[in-house]
Design a binder for this molecule. Structure first.
Ligand SMILES: [Fe+2]
Length: 407
């Protein structure tokens, strides 16, 4: 087995391990338009390999099931018709069993392709498929968390709340700035949106030594942070009103105390853990209240290049919840929570998407979204890097998104 073949098997297996213990009913849930059923994620990740690896690179390729081409196409207009995202939960057929069989069939075919010496065009596409699969591993968990949160029984995805610890005092870490290079460098994998690497000019700045904690965010709530328009962007104020936000997603006040829904079920709020599941608007309002601001993505990347071992919790740790920062400074630049930046998701100077339908992967979303950096407790450790750009609309709250202050 080639090195790539072994990695393919490991990443695909890691996806299946996430659904162990889930019932077919669990895998069918769709609680909102943005969150897909687990079964759909399982099928769509197989579809990606079938559409972008097997179809173009296997002569006279016969699809596993021609109907899947439309059913499990997410957003690739160049591939053809798509089943609407809000209606993914209506796909009771194919069954979970059939979807698992689909994955198995695709695995066998990709395995055959990789058992022979494969040209770079093939290995590069498989590599893309594996990083795509890892993105969906995180989405399986964030989507499932949202589905389960709609159930009054507050189901636990995994048993046992993770251990707690005390967060160190917040300090600010000074960076000199100057001329800095950001964007992907080197031979390793990167998505097209991380290139081209280019220079930026950074004024001296400071970055917080850790993520904002739930306890600190509670002080913002207690200071009537959600009711003071001067702290909010106009769009954010409207979103807050529409969504009737008075705390982060999954927070709930009960008998005078705060509890939150997690992948371990409903637990008491731990003030030392990072605040999580906030929108960009809430992160921005909190930063203004705290007399600070959010970092730009260039500042964040410049700092992360200098602190590659600032590691928090990842999917590999299986805690499935952000943990309190350790003593190192800055702490948890990588892991625990995605960090909202003050940067709009835009193409880097000279950016060009790949030709063909696969070029729709990142480029066409460069409007109305903000950049998040660093990965979360649901991100595989091998998936994240300093140049990695995640992006979500500013109102999104169901990802593991938190706050790091800058000034
Ligand atoms: Fe996808």
């Amino acid at each position: 087995v080639s090195e790539l073949g072994a990695r393919y098997a490991a990443v695909r297996h890691a996806t299946q391990a996430l659904v162990e213990g889930l019932s077919a009913e669990d895998c069918q849930l769709q609680s909102m338009d943005d969150a897909s059923p687990v079964k759909w994620h399982l099928a769509h990740t197989a579809w990606f390999f079938e559409t972008f690896v097997l179809e173009p690179f296997v002569p006279r390729y016969e699809p596993v099931d021609p109907a899947y081409r439309m059913l499990f196409n997410s957003y690739y207009v160049g591939v053809g018709a798509r089943h609407p995202r809000p209606q993914r939960g209506l796909l009771s057929r194919p069954s979970l069993q059939q979807v698992l069989a689909y994955r198995h069939a695709v695995d066998e075919r990709v395995g055959t392709l990789l058992s022979r010496e494969a040209p770079p065009a093939v290995t590069e596409r498989v590599e893309l498929g594996l990083h795509h699969e890892q993105q969906h591993q995180e989405l399986i968990l964030t989507d499932l968390k949202h589905h389960f949160s709609a159930n009054p029984l507050a189901p636990a995805y995994r048993q046992g709340a993770p251990r707690s610890a005390e967060a160190p005092a917040l300090r600010f870490h000074a960076f000199e700035g100057g001329r800095a290079s950001i964007g992907h460098a080197g031979d390793g994998f990167s998505f097209d949106n991380e290139s081209p690497r280019h220079d930026v000019l950074l004024a001296p700045y400071e970055l917080a030594s850790r993520l904002v904690t739930a306890g600190e965010y509670l002080a913002f709530i207690d200071d009537r942070g959600y009711e003071r328009p001067e702290l909010w962007l106009s769009d954010g104020w409207d979103a807050r009103e529409r969504g009737q936000w008075h705390a982060p997603l999954y927070w709930e006040q009960r008998n005078g105390g705060w509890r939150l829904f997690t992948l371990h079920g409903n637990v008491p709020l731990d003030p030392h853990r990072p605040v999580c599941h906030v929108s960009y608007y809430e992160a921005d309002a909190y930063a203004r209240w705290a007399g600070a601001r959010l970092p730009t993505e260039a500042e964040w990347e410049h700092a992360a290049q200098r602190h590659p071992n600032s590691l928090g919790t990842f999917l590999d740790d299986q805690r499935l919840h952000p943990a309190a920062a350790g003593p190192e400074t800055p702490a948890q630049l990588f892991g625990d929570c995605w960090e909202w930046t003050a940067s709009a998701y835009l193409p880097y100077p000279g950016y060009a998407p790949a030709p063909g339908a696969v070029g729709e992967y990142n480029g066409k979303f460069m409007i109305n979204q903000m950049v998040l950096r660093g990965g979360s407790c649901a991100t595989p450790r091998s998936h994240i890097r300093a140049s990695y750009r995640n992006f979500f609309p500013p109102g999104a709250r169901w990802q593991f998104s938190g706050i790091r202050l800058a000034r």
